[in-house]
Structure formats: structure tokens, C-alpha cells
Ligand binder design. Structure first.
Ligand code: NDP
Length: 505
């Protein structure tokens, strides 16, 4: 299948106009240095367009703008319902521009178009959800001694920085921007350098919706330069990063100096635990999706599939047979299941892990290389790959490969399945496959992960928290948990008695 990716006319125009500017204080401006960087299409490795390559001086400019926007009474004292109205307007504008955003995302990330369309749809709902949630920032009147009246307020933190990865650029952008704005903060968005387009589009949507200048800013540039400059800036109150665990460690150290609030959504090596009493057909279908969706470039990919020994052989042969049927190709083609990976260097990383798997003694039962279709030769494609007879202590079972590589690990008893599932430094997600309702809940409680799903893949809802135990991160995206994490709790205590307490002088 040829990879002649042809954007629609409107997206072609957007790319040709080349959004080479950053959004600071309500204006699209050049980076101070005037430098730009290429944005490529991973299906062809052709340059799609160029964006600004900002540096530390731009980071300072954008923080100053966001800090002064936070002090602007128009935003600072805006009522919750008005803020909700603006977020609702943003949701409507995302919905209106959904086709262009999804197409730009597919061209830039390489994910099949139906996946980008789903991402955009969830973003619309995310803005709607937090539009309503602005009015849920209710305080309390705790039962303090009767000569006091105490109440609590949830106030915005100030300038919040959202640093976003390349695998779900638009969705994760919304997960950070919508709750931060709902709580009344000002936001600086730093998209991944490989995938900045949808974040820039959201910046324009913020302007068009009528956010006051500087409330939502977008800056593009290398994370090691711009990201670190933002994270260490004294006027920044909170950093929310989604990225690699090693990047999370850096941000945590930087944030420690300024006692900044942080929320980290990091890597994973998530298990599916398939018991012998599971619906095998559904478990296989869903396990394929859970590892090959977005070419396995998912923090919550179920990359370790623990299969009870009674059904192990049948599971493996079904999984391998179906993996061979997955269609790779042009991600704009609606028949395609899997697009390219993000970059050639990432393909190289996956190739090295596959070599390690073979040398560790795991059995390669599907994939294990790039497709031989010459029409895919210029893109970053890699075949859906399955290793069987993997042990939990092997490198391919311990480290996050972040590509289309599944490791099947046999187990005997429920206790062993739980032990193997938990035997990882990560703790983001897990799926349990069983028809025994008691076992489902029993096992769900024992799994050390931020999300456990029963008889289904990960289905995220904007209403439910998402995040990790252990090295998978700290804090939660989505739900009310995320909204609250963008606030400071304030206690106001009022003395109602006659004689104030103090020194007896
Ligand atoms: P990176 O950590 O490399 O990059 C993520 C973001 O951080 C990018 O915007 C990047 O900018 C920026 N960045 C990089 N280095 C620094 C730094 N020193 N200081 C500040 N910012 C920096 O991750 P990837 O983009 O490679 O994303 C993949 C990772 O994200 C995987 O490990 C995956 O598991 C994780 N992830 C976690 C999710 C979760 O919810 N737990 C969800 C999705 C992904 P630039 O692009 O310019 O380098």
C-alpha cells in the first residue's frame, strides 16, 4: 500500500502558512533567536512544516506574560460560571475544527485517522467536563470550636506549565489545559518538539474563544532548554509533565528547589492477567488492541500478557494469527490498523529490544522486523511483534519498549499471576480477564496500579482519575482529582468570641 499521504486542502494551507510563531500574552510572536525547527511526517519522513525553536529567553518572556495575566482582574476575579462558559466555547471550537485537528495529528504522529478522531472527540468532552466542574470548587465549613467560624477556599496556584509528549499530543494537552484553566490558573503549554501542531491549534482556539491575553500560552522548543527553563522559573507554581520516567526525575529535582507543585505521568510496563476462565476470543482481540494501538507507543500499553497455563498455547496461537492480519500503512487510510512509529531512532530502539529478547531466550512468534512492503520503506514502520515464554526477569519484561512488542508470560495460580503482575517498578494500569466476579474484584484490589480494568481494555473517561503508582508517576490526570491538583486549599478562620486569645499582659 503506497504511503502517499495527501492532507486536505485546509490542512495543506495550514501547513504551508507554517505556524512558525509562539503564543505569548495573546500574540503570535517569533522566537527571540528567529530560529525554527522542522516538523516531519513519520509515515514518509518528509518535512510537513516548521515551527519556532524557542530558547530560555522566550521561556522567561512567556512566564512573565502568564504571571501578569494571572494578576489581571479580568481573569483573577472572573466568576466560575464565566470561566466555565469560556471552556465550553473552547469545546465547541474544537468540535468545529475536529476534522482538521485530527488530520494534522495523524500526519504529525502517524496514528491511524480513526484514533486521532477519537482523541479529538474526547478532548471536546474533556473541555465540556471541566467547563461544568468550574462550579464544583466548593469549600467546607469544618466543625471548629464554637467561638470560631472557619471556612476553606480552593484557589488557583498561579502559573502552571504543561509539558506534553508526542504519543497523544492533543489529548494530553487537554488533560492539562482544561482543569488548570477551570481552576483559574494561567497556563504555558510546551508540546513535544516532534508533535507541536495540535497544541498550536489549541492556542488559536483559546484566543478565538475569548480567553484574556496570556491566560493560555504555547511555546515550542527543545524540552532540555525550554522545558527546564520553564520548570525552574521562580514565577511558575506548578509543572505537570507527561513523559519518560527519566524526564520526570529531572523535573522533580528542578521543582524541589522552588518547592513547586508537580504532577508526573510517566512510563509503564502494564500487565494483562488472563485467567483460564476468561472469554478467550475477547481477551485476544483486546490484548492485540492494548499493545498495537498507536503502534504500541502508549504509556498504558499492556506490554506484558500473563496467561494461565491451561489456555496458554491456544492464546498464543490465536494472538499470533491475528497479529499477522493487522494492516500497516498510510495512517490516513481508514482500513489501516497500525501506522508508523514516531521516528527512525525509535524504530532502532525497538529493533535493539527485539535482539535482546531473542538473546535472552524468549520465543519470537510474530513480527520481529520491519515490513518488507517497499511502499512503506520511507516510513518508520515496524511489524506487530510477539515474544512467548518470556520470564518476568528478562529485560523485555522489565523495561518500557514503547513500541509494538508484546511479551507473553505463562503463570500457574492466581497468587503467581498477581505476584508477576506486581513484580515491576511501574504501576500505571492492568487488565484482568476472568468470568469469575469474585476473582475479578479480589485481584483488582491486589494489583498495585493506578487503574485496573476488568474484561476490557483501558477505557478512559474524563470523569475518572488516571495516573500511576511507583515510578509511573505521582498525582492524577482527569476527574475531580486533577481539578483539585491545580488548586491550593486556604483556611479562613474568623474569631466570634469576645476576648481574643493572646499573651496576658
Ligand atoms: P520525553 O520525556 O522525552 O518528553 C516529554 C516532554 O518532555 C516533551 O515535551 C519533551 O520536549 C519534554 N522534555 C524532555 N526533556 C526535558 C527536560 N529535561 N526538561 C523539561 N522537559 C523536557 O517523553 P516522550 O515524548 O518520549 O514520551 C514518551 C514517554 O511518555 C513514555 O515514557 C511514556 O510512557 C510516557 N507517557 C506517559 C503517559 C502517562 O499518562 N503516564 C501518557 C503518555 C506517555 P521535547 O520533545 O522537546 O524533547
Amino acid at each position: 500500500m503506497a504511503v502517499s499521504v495527501q492532507p486536505s486542502t485546509s490542512v495543506q494551507k495550514y501547513l504551508a502558512d507554517s505556524p512558525k510563531k509562539i503564543l505569548i500574552g495573546g500574540e503570535w510572536v517569533d522566537a527571540n533567536s528567529g530560529k525554527v525547527m522542522d516538523v516531519t511526517n513519520p509515515a514518509t519522513n518528509e518535512v510537513l512544516t516548521q515551527v519556532a525553536r524557542a530558547d530560555e529567553t522566550d521561556a522567561d518572556r512567556v512566564v512573565q506574560a502568564a504571571a501578569s495575566a494571572f494578576e489581571n482582574p479580568e481573569w483573577r476575579w472572573m466568576s466560575a460560571s464565566e470561566r466555565g462558559h469560556l471552556l465550553y466555547k473552547m469545546a465547541e471550537l474544537v468540535a468545529e475544527r475536529a476534522a482538521d485537528i485530527a488530520e494534522a495529528e495523524t500526519l504529525n504522529v502517524g496514528k491511524p485517522i480513526f484514533q486521532s478522531e477519537d482523541d479529538v472527540e474526547t478532548v471536546v468532552d474533556c473541555f465540556r467536563y471541566y467547563a461544568g466542574a468550574t462550579r464544583l470548587l466548593e469549600g467546607a465549613t469544618p466543625a471548629v470550636p464554637t467561638d470560631f467560624f472557619s471556612y476553606t477556599l480552593h484557589e488557583p496556584i498561579g502559573v502552571c506549565v504543561g509539558i506534553v509528549p508526542w504519543n497523544f499530543p492533543f489529548q494530553i494537552t487537554a488533560w492539562k489545559v482544561a482543569p488548570a484553566l477551570a481552576a483559574g490558573n494561567t497556563v504555558i503549554l510546551k508540546p513535544a518538539s516532534r508533535t507541536p501542531l495540535s497544541a498550536l491549534m489549541l492556542g488559536q482556539i483559546g484566543l478565538d474563544a475569548g480567553l484574556p491575553p496570556g491566560v493560555l500560552n504555547v511555546i515550542t522548543g527543545p524540552g532540555a532548554v525550554v522545558g527546564e527553563a520553564l520548570a525552574s522559573h521562580p514565577l511558575v507554581g506548578k509543572i505537570s509533565l507527561t513523559g519518560e520516567t527519566s524526564t520526570g526525575t529531572k523535573i522533580m529535582k528542578i521543582a524541589a528547589d522552588g518547592i513547586k507543585r508537580i504532577s508526573l505521568e510517566l512510563g509503564g510496563k502494564s500487565p494483562s492477567v488472563v485467567f483460564a476462565d476468561a472469554d478467550l476470543d475477547q481477551a485476544v482481540t483486546a490484548s492485540l488492541t492494548a499493545i498495537y494501538f498507536n503502534a504500541g507507543q502508549m504509556c498504558a500499553a499492556r506490554s506484558r500478557i500473563l496467561v494461565q497455563e491451561e489456555i496458554h498455547d491456544q492464546f498464543v496461537s490465536e494472538m499470533a494469527a491475528r497479529a499477522h492480519k493487522l494492516r500497516l500503512g498510510n495512517p490516513l487510510d481508514r482500513e489501516v490498523h497500525m501506522g508508523p512509529m514516531i521516528s527512525q531512532s525509535h524504530v532502532e530502539t525497538v529493533r535493539r529490544y527485539v535482539e535482546i529478547g531473542v538473546s535472552e531466550g524468549a520465543t519470537l512468534v510474530a513480527g520481529g522486523g520491519q515490513p518488507d512492503d517497499p511502499s512503506l520503506g520511507s516510513g518508520n514502520f515496524y511489524l506487530p511483534t510477539i515474544f512467548d515464554n518470556v520470564r518476568n526477569d528478562m529485560c523485555i519484561a522489565r523495561e518500557e519498549i514503547f513500541g509494538p512488542v508484546a511479551a507473553i508470560i505463562p503463570f500457574k495460580t492466581e497468587e503467581e499471576g498477581i505476584r508477576l503482575a506486581n513484580e515491576t517498578s511501574y504501576g500505571l494500569a492492568a487488565t484482568i480477564w476472568t468470568s469469575n466476579v469474585k476473582r475479578a474484584h479480589r485481584v483488582a484490589r491486589q494489583i498495585r496500579a493506578g487503574g485496573v480494568w476488568v474484561n476490557t481494555n483501558m477505557t478512559l473517561f474524563n470523569e475518572t482519575p488516571f495516573g500511576g503508582y511507583k515510578t509511573s508517576g505521582m498525582g492524577r490526570e482527569l476527574g475531580i482529582e486533577s481539578l483539585m491538583s491545580y488548586t491550593e486549599a486556604k483556611h479562613v478562620g474568623v474569631f466570634l468570641g469576645e476576648t481574643v486569645r493572646g499573651f496576658k499582659i
